[in-house]
Design a protein around this ligand. Structure first.
Ligand SMILES: Cc1cc2nc3c(=O)[nH]c(=O)nc-3n(C[C@H](O)[C@H](O)[C@H](O)COP(=O)(O)O)c2cc1C
Length: 152
């Protein structure tokens, strides 16, 4: 079984989650991990595709939005799992936006999850230290859950 994990990450949080997902599934599948900017639009050989983004202004980051546009208009037969990292608000809005874009093109979304990620501004450090070990364990659990749903 071939699994592709695509992600965008500016400060490393979403990349940590993407790597945790890879670690969880490596014993069970042939896993590839790639930044979304370097991803091919031809994903037909993968049984499951994870797509991860940080929440930017209550939505997916621009490279992820661009990738969703770039994908073919017919994604029938492809299965996705979505994840995001965020520090305050907008996680479900972000995941729903991505799901709608993919569903409109005919793809299936098997599951989605969100994890806190630190965000340092000039005057405040939101969710410092996140994602932590517990967050990454949660991401692994979710990834395994989605992966087993696919096999059923
Ligand atoms: C430009 C920008 C906009 C952001 N907007 C939001 C937001 O709307 N809601 C939120 O909860 N976090 C927001 N954040 C925080 C990030 O989602 C959070 O730090 C995330 O974990 C970053 O992931 P990354 O390290 O993979 O880039 C924003 C961060 C940046 C840099």
């Amino acid at each position: 079984m071939k699994v592709m994990i695509l992600y965008y990450s500016e400060t490393g949080n979403t990349e940590k989650v993407a790597r945790a997902v890879a670690e969880a599934l490596e014993p069970k599948a042939e896993v590839s991990l790639r930044r979304v900017e370097e991803a091919s639009e031809d994903l037909g050989e993968y049984e499951l595709i994870f797509l991860g983004t940080p929440v930017h202004a209550l939505g997916p980051a621009k490279p992820v939005r661009e990738f969703l546009e770039r994908l073919s208009a017919n994604l029938e037969g492809l299965c996705f799992a979505l994840f995001c990292t965020y520090s305050m608000a907008g996680a479900s809005r972000t995941l729903d936006f991505m799901e709608k874009k993919l569903a409109n093109k005919g793809a299936k979304v098997l599951g989605k999850f969100a994890v806190f990620g630190a965000f340092k501004t000039f005057f405040k450090h939101f969710k410092k230290g996140r994602p932590d070990e517990k967050d990454l364990a949660y991401a692994k659990e979710k990834a395994e859950e989605i992966f087993s749903a696919l096999q059923r």
